[in-house]
Design a protein around this ligand. Structure first.
Ligand code: ZN
Length: 150
């Protein structure tokens, strides 16, 4: 195992054990549940927008290590970002975990690059992208549970 892989795994483990922004936002304007029936991951995402900016973002629920770490790192990455920046980052992240030869901007992705290894495990891709799909749906005004299996 390469040092890089180990570093990535450490970060994923850390965020799955101690998820950041793991709390409810009371009276959040945007609140949406995401569910991945293949794995059983189920989270509620809370978003507070100020104008076009994500002022606060958090999540609660339960899922596997990958889905929990992904939601945790996503909330960290998105706080203070604009809606457009968030959607752009979602595209980058999606490409990172699904494309065979992703053409992504690692600087922009920051810590999110730790999920690059996920593309080798197709079933895990849904775990890694659950929080992001939920975010995307919430930003587009969805009001019922987002499922990775449509
Ligand atoms: Zn999962």
């Amino acid at each position: 195992m390469s040092d890089l892989t180990e570093l990535y795994q450490d970060l994923i483990r850390d965020h799955s054990k101690k998820p950041r922004n793991y709390r409810e936002i009371e009276d959040a304007k945007l609140q949406l549940e995401g569910y991945n029936p293949l794995c059983g991951d189920r989270f509620t995402l809370y978003l507070e927008l100020e104008g076009d900016t994500i002022k606060d973002i958090s999540f609660k629920g339960s899922g596997c290590a990958i889905s929990t770490a992904s939601a945790s790192l996503m909330t960290q990455s998105l706080k203070g970002k604009s809606r457009a920046e968030a959607e752009h980052l979602f595209k980058e992240f999606h490409e990172l975990v699904t494309a065979e030869h992703p053409d992504t901007d690692e600087e922009e992705l920051g810590k999110l690059v730790v999920f690059s290894g996920v593309r080798k495990f197709p079933l895990r891709v849904k775990c890694a992208t659950l929080a992001w799909h939920t975010l995307d749906a919430a930003l587009h005004g969805a009001d019922k549970t987002v499922s990775t299996e449509e």
